[in-house]
Structures are given as structure tokens and as C-alpha cells.
Write a protein of this length. Structure first.
Length: 230
């Protein structure tokens, strides 16, 4: 088995080639201070004055200028075309959590491919950050600190069932499937929402303002190193 390209005890910010702002990057780096680029995400990081620790991908979108500014030892080309750059990067990172920017919101097909990767690479906890929402693959058990009335959407990428506490519409007894019953636009009715699933394949989608709640749920506080940055 090949060793990961990036190994970190703290969270990693993974930048893709889609649009994101300097403010969004700062938001992520305060929580995940190790910056990694998936292919053309290197150009966006450099534009905001951030030198990535590694660039991973097939290198069909990273510019020659960006490559000239990044040490060769940090450039990791994977020429195969069977997977996306997001998949290549995520499977090459070993970290307690990845915050992924620039993979949602630009093109519908890219967004769907990113959702597929979240589920297929669920062993690496990752939160996909979009313009308004965040999404992540649900672990077997999950406890989220939310406010009553906040949207909690569940979208199955495979057949899965589960149980819930704290949702307006409980999910017990529902057979979820991507071509059948889905669970979008549910709402929290308690300060803590607890979810359990009988297998992998469920995506949890929350308002972006609940990023820290998702981080705490996927990466418990006792296991988290001291925060970097302001």
C-alpha cells in the first residue's frame, strides 16, 4: 500500500480549482492550517498568498506559472484519468479532518462528482464547503449541536436506513435511496440532533454557519490539537 502524500495530526484545507474567496480560505485555514491543492487549486491558493504544502492531481489545469513557484518536491502528478482530482487528493491525505474548498458551486457535474467522492472516501473525514451549505458523509453515529428550526438535509447516495433524535420528521423506518426516498429540508427541533445509520452512503447537508458544529461532530474536541491562527 502506498503511503499518503500528506500526513498531518491537524486538519487540512484542500483547495480545488472552483471559485472561493480569500475570506473563505481564511475561514478554513484558521480551522485547518495545512494547505493542500488539488491541481488548479494551486493557482487560487497562490493568488491569495498561500503556498500549498502539496499539489496533487493530473496537472491538466494548474498553470505553468504556479508550478514554477511551487517546489518540485511538493508537486505530485497522478496521470490516470479514471478519478477526479478531488478523489486523487482526498485519498492521498491522512488527517483527522479535511475542509474542501472550490469543489462545489461552479458546475453541477463537478459538484455531483465531489459528493460521490465524499461517500466513496468516507474513511477520510471531509467537509465539502459550498457557497451556502456544507456537506459530509455521515459516520455510523453523529451528534450535532444546532439551533431549533435549522435545516438538516439528508441525501442518500446508496440504500441506507437510520434513526434520529431531535428532528422534526424522524427518519426511523424509512428506507432511503438515491432513486427513492430522500430526506432533504428536515429541521432540528432540539439543541442536539443525534443520527445513526445502518451503513455508509448518507450525506448530511447543513447551513454553512454550522461548520464548527460539523467539525466538532466529526473531530471530537479531546482529540484536537491547539488551534493555529487568529
Amino acid at each position: 500500500m502506498n503511503l499518503p502524500i500528506v500526513q498531518s495530526l491537524t486538519a487540512v484545507t484542500l483547495a480545488g480549482g472552483g471559485p472561493f474567496s480569500r475570506r473563505e480560505l481564511v475561514l478554513c485555514l484558521k480551522r485547518a492550517p495545512i494547505a493542500v491543492a488539488a491541481d488548479g487549486g494551486a493557482d487560487r491558493l497562490l493568488r491569495f498568498g498561500c503556498l500549498p504544502e502539496a499539489v496533487i492531481g493530473d496537472f491538466d489545469s494548474v498553470s505553468a506559472e504556479a508550478r514554477s513557484r511551487i517546489p518540485t518536491a511538493r508537486q505530485h502528478m497522478m496521470a490516470e484519468q479514471l478519478t477526479t482530482d478531488f478523489d486523487k487528493a482526498l485519498r492521498s491525505i491522512a488527517a483527522p479532518l479535511v475542509l474542501a474548498l472550490g469543489f462545489a458551486g461552479a458546475r453541477l457535474d463537478h459538484g455531483l462528482a465531489a459528493m460521490n467522492t465524499l461517500v466513496s472516501r468516507a474513511a477520510q473525514p471531509c467537509i465539502l464547503i459550498g457557497p451556502q451549505d456544507i456537506a459530509f458523509a455521515a459516520p455510523p453515529r453523529l451528534s450535532l449541536a444546532l439551533a431549533a428550526g435549522e435545516v438538516v438535509s439528508l441525501f442518500p447516495m446508496a440504500r441506507v436506513t437510520g434513526q434520529s433524535r431531535g428532528l422534526e420528521w424522524p427518519i426511523g423506518g424509512i428506507d432511503f435511496a438515491p432513486d427513492g426516498m430522500i430526506g432533504t429540508s428536515n429541521r432540528a427541533v432540539a439543541r442536539v440532533v443525534e443520527l445513526e445509520f445502518d451503513g455508509p452512503g448518507m450525506l448530511v447537508i447543513l447551513p454553512r454557519r454550522r461548520l464548527d458544529a460539523a467539525i466538532r461532530a466529526l473531530w471530537p474536541v479531546p482529540a484536537r490539537p491547539a488551534a493555529h491562527g487568529g
